[in-house]
Design a protein around this ligand. Sequence first.
Ligand code: TYM
Length: 339
Amino acid sequence: MIISPDESSPARVFSGVQPSGLPHIGNYLGAFRNYLAMQDGYEAIYCIVDYHALTSTHDAALIRQNAHEMALGLLALGLDPERATFFRQSDRPEHAELAYLLSSVVPVSWVERTPSFKEKRRTQPADINHALLTYPVLQTADICIYRARYVPVGKDQAAHLELAREIVRAWNSRYGELFVEPDAVFSDSPLIVGTDGVQKMSKSVGNTIDIFADEAVLRKQVMSMVTDTQRILRTDPGRPEVCNVCQLHRWFSPEDFEQVWEGERTARTGCVDTKRLLADRILAYFAEARERRRELEARPGRVEEILRAGAERLAPLATEMLGQVHDRMGLGPPRGVAQ
Ligand code: TYM
């Protein structure tokens, strides 16, 4: 894959994932499926966003370990460093500088009203740090520094992408057209509900089904799922439309999910049967990836090598972009003047 440093590419793709350890099926169905699909036909760049993790985690060893774990997971799922550029955000510190430069066109009210900031105010009230407030500005910098046009993400990131577009417009109108307004790319399963049957599947809520968990743990996660709460007795008919287990069968049992749903509707099958089958199907779906992860795990140096090579490949692009931004914003000597 060729990354051209001097021109914007309409077909460039960027996305990032926080180093939250084991990937879950929400990450996969909402975003990673599209990461993998967009490795072909696009210039794809994917990133483990460890700077972003500092907004909620202050354990250095944990961030490093989780970044490695997430990288391992993505590679096992099929991220191919030959077809996509894969790197760790902190290995390209230009992201942080661009975030600072962009922040000068961002009114504080824009970031204060971001849904994720409001949510953090509620979920981590003792740690409302400044980085949390500027989180979406760094996310904008991640995308803009490579002039990426397409951003595969889950629905929970829609507000961040909308804000990124506003920031691009604000900067371009002050300093002249340079950045590309990015478009979110959603999958056909953009928001996966967690095992509690209510909230978005998320590590911080603790309602995940982890793709690479030990088999017994994964089965337990699936068996803990809340189903149709109106189905009390085994003989009550179920409602697949509102049952999260049935909804997941849509993706993991594409061949026969309608029969599974029919079994629920007619009470031929019980919730326990449907969950057991779902766990079998999830394990079968990810069997190859789980095997690849075991192989990669035995070569920890390989993951580091891939991430380092990815960051190096992006260096000319990031340097060139920041040079242009400095020039437009009046920083440093005029372009072309020797220092
Ligand atoms: P993160 O790390 O929370 O999630 C990674 C990706 O997984 C998607 N996702 C989901 N999709 C559907 N259902 C769910 N339950 C679910 N949970 C997670 C997310 O939408 C995301 O696409 N802010 C971003 C990381 C980021 C980024 C970026 C993304 C930083 N810079 C630049 C795109 C471009 C985040 O925290 O994702």
